[in-house]
Design a protein around this ligand. Sequence first.
Ligand code: SF4
Length: 423
Amino acid sequence: MNDKLVHDADGEPPALEGALVLHSEPWDQTGTTTPAPTRAPTSRSARFRRQHFPQATAAEWDDWHWQLAHRVTTLEQLERILVLSDEERAMLQSGVDAFPVAITPYYLSLIDPLDPGQPLRRTVIPTSAEARIGAGELVDPLGEEHDSPVPGVVHRYPDRVLFLTTSYCSTYCRYCTRSRMVGQAHQDAMRRARWEKGIAYIRANPDIRDVLLSGGDPLTLSDDNLEWLLRELRTIPHLEMLRIGTKIPAVLPQRVTPALVKMLKRYHPLWMSVHFTHPDELTPETAKAVARLANAGIPLGSQTVLLKGVNDEVSVLKGLFQGLLKNRVRPYYLYQCDPIPGSAHFRTTVAKGLEMIEGLRGHTTGYAVPQYVIDAPEGGGKIPLLPDYHQGQDERGVVLRNFEGRIFHYPDMTGKITGLAVR
Ligand code: SF4
């Protein structure tokens, strides 16, 4: 077989034939963000680069260090690129928001410059709604500090821990559960010493078999730092698996370099949970990044937060989850949005979440239906929710409702055995 036909410039197999990538201007022409699949490469980010970063070469744009060095973080920078709404400008001017703003140029290229209601724009540009603190909202809604035996480790479930590697992200999501610590530089002081304490805690607790590296975003660490951490963890005999939670393939796909995946695959079994929000994130750049990870044998699952006015429509979630499957990412969790301070404008009702699952289950491939969970406030852990398919019990057995609303009975083994089987 001709290698040129099956390997890209990095010597890797290409993204899956037919992998879903979305059209390059999700907000144009139709006035809707409904995904329109296409296999054509995008020119959007190239046009955006030429318009807003004319000094940058294509090679610089494709360099994750360049992307990080040119993150857009201020009102003045944003105003040069977007037409800001009064609500956005008011929040950016106020300076009351302790949670920083930062967006990679790449991710900004996906944002509609004119429409403040565009889904991706709502997730990264703050508005004055963030300053309104609602009932039940908490700085640490999941009670992680309470379950933290040493700084940077959250030990809630018996056999696994969350390891907070860094407070840094390339792009900050306005609904971030850890907005209390993410983006706060002081949280990263003495990082190596903190990691060593966390590793010592895991080493001393043989019941821990699974470590999830999170943050902040672990893939913003240098290859050397990340490898140091993975290597140290791999020396712990009772650790069966490692996981990384990241939003990098969606916000900074340039970070997924051949060197990174070559390093990561030395630490199998290594799984990855990738944070996706909306089908507009499924660009050719992202498809290439997740293909590299999948080709390195890393099982990929997605995590999505249900967000009001962003992705709380069945058609949007279906587009996202089917698109992820086509890119070999298995939709894993759909989260009810955590009640951080100033999150009311993002939080849907729980009934809306159930409606999303109802609209997916049975209506598309089962793999495309994630588990809908509420991470219970005050440390209750993830609690799965399902629509009421189980309708009770009657004399014929368990009463079940299918995806079409039709009723069926299953003869449950609760009654007496009334006869002997005849052979
Ligand atoms: S990438 Fe994750 S940790 Fe970072 S701001 Fe977004 S939700 Fe928070």
